[in-house]
Design a binder for this molecule. Structure first.
Ligand code: 4AD
Ligand code: MG
Length: 443
């Protein structure tokens, strides 16, 4: 008869209306003549009560977890103490389980397959099944909310979205991590960053951003490096370094505010990271040279095991220890030019260092890298050559400084790293749908 199609979290206030619900068996519990099913439909969970004859059919008696069902019936309120989602139950008067909707049970049940593969690598082979779990899917749903919030926050700030190419013939962040491929007989790369393309948009579109994939052939296995990651990048026109920092801390907090403003997403975050609080602005600012002093004072050695020295790269381990001890967001600024990318602008007050910033978060370390850009043609050309880059393929990037240059800067945020911090995940591999890193390109 008449019914309305209901999702697990939709309200059903018109009493007595028959509803139709579709989903998968998350859990099932048999009690004498009643079968209780917790149905999961990707929007939430619904308690279903199947009783009488309906509980004695072959399908009901052999029901396995993850089996898909189509159920008709009436929604009824239950007391708050009954622990039914949204304090309601669906009392089934009819259901359908087409034969091919049934999930394998016994030895082949999902839970058995996942539990039998204690090895993390095997779990990753089964990512298509493990992502049905509550925690794995919660991280991905927070991710969806984050992407939406970035789009909203940029829209509010009137920063426009563009979509730069992924197939390129220039490098941005050094030759060591380029993925090279054959492009109709010439060499091309998967992009490491859309930054250079964003810069070319400024003259006609104002400040711009993109949310695109970036690719890095990282040859180490760490908990924060992927070969393919989602890069949120923005480029802002006619700004100074201070504007860049102020914008960045505002943006991060605005995005968190939007995400936490949605009760469903806030609920996922609360479950994954109960202690999470939106950080206070302004973020702590620390110059690279002061970080080196801090590391020396705290006896935290460099990669060779020696005390840190001005000019050293601050490696992942040292960076994370520092961030964990300080335990709040840090803007680490003014890195020496030789440990940073060729396009970074020098600090007018100290030619050894650049107007650059990494934003560090507890538990993860660097989640953002940004800088002011060299806006003088000759200076940029010299920087290219110092880096050993052939200027020819960069003609379009250099032209930017020939036809109306401007003081500008920008940054890239690693979405998976931001999520690892927000959702308290040990590794960025759990913050994307199907992680790609050295040795893994499946499923
Ligand atoms: O610091 P990076 O390399 O900076 C750039 O690519 C700039 N061109 C961005 C810009 O100014 N438009 O990368 C920026 C951020 C890092 O802070 C990190 O969060 C993330 O991108 N990232 C990675 N995330 C996961 N796996 C990797 N291999 C990553 N490499 C960078
Ligand atoms: Mg960086």
């Amino acid at each position: 008869g008449d019914h309305i199609k209901l999702r697990a979290t939709d309200s059903a206030d018109s009493k007595g209306t028959r509803v139709r619900v579709l989903g998968r068996v998350h859990r099932e519990r048999k009690q004498k003549d009643v079968l209780f099913v917790t149905l999961r439909d990707g929007y939430g969970f619904m308690q279903v009560v199947i009783s009488g004859k309906l509980a004695k059919t072959y399908e009901a008696l052999t029901l396995t977890r993850e089996t898909s069902m189509e159920i008709f019936g009436e929604m009824r309120k239950v007391p708050a103490g009954a622990q039914a989602p949204l304090d309601r139950e669906l009392h089934a008067d009819f259901y359908k389980i087409p034969k091919h909707w049934r999930a394998a049970g016994g030895e082949n049940a999902i839970t058995n397959r996942v539990q039998a593969s204690a090895e993390h690598a095997t779990l990753l082979d089964l990512r298509h099944l493990t992502l049905r779990g509550e925690n794995a899917s919660a991280v991905l749903l927070v991710r969806d909310a984050m992407e939406f919030a970035f789009n909203q926050a940029y829209h509010e700030a009137r920063i426009r979205k563009v979509s730069p190419p992924a197939l390129v013939q220039t490098q941005v962040e050094g030759g060591a991590t380029l993925f090279k491929f054959d492009y109709y007989g010439s060499d091309a790369f998967l992009t490491q960053s859309s930054q250079l393309y964003l810069e070319t948009c400024l003259p006609s579109m104002g400040s711009v951003y993109c949310i695109e994939k970036s690719f890095r052939a990282e040859k180490s296995l760490t908990r924060r490096h992927l070969s393919e990651f989602t890069h949120i990048e923005a480029e802002l026109d006619f700004i100074d370094f201070d504007d860049l920092l102020t914008h960045l801390e505002f943006l991060i907090c605005r995005v968190l505010e939007i995400v936490l403003g949605d009760p469903v997403t806030a609920g996922y975050i609360k479950k994954l990271n109960p202690e999470f609080k939106v950080p206070e602005r302004p973020f702590m600012r620390m110059k690279y040279s002061d970080a080196i002093k801090w590391l020396i004072d705290h006896d935290i050695p460099n990669e060779e095991g020696n005390p840190h020295d001005f000019g050293d790269d601050i490696a992942e381990a040292a960076e994370r220890r520092m961030t964990d001890i300080i335990n709040k967001p840090i803007f680490l600024t003014h890195f020496p030019a030789h440990i940073k990318a060729f396009y970074m602008k020098k600090d007018p007050e100290d030619g050894r260092v650049t107007e650059s910033v990494d934003c560090l978060m507890p538990g993860v370390g660097e989640i953002v890298g940004g800088s002011m850009r060299i806006d003088d043609y000759d200076e940029l050309l010299a920087a290219c050559q110092r880096e050993g880059l052939d200027p020819e393929p960069y003609y379009w990037y250099l032209d930017q400084r020939r036809y109306g240059s401007s003081p500008h800067g920008g940054y890239g945020i690693g979405l998976e790293r931001l999520l690892a911090w927000l959702c308290k995940q040990h590794t960025v591999r759990d913050c994307c749908l199907y992680p790609r890193y050295m040795g893994r390109c499946k499923p």
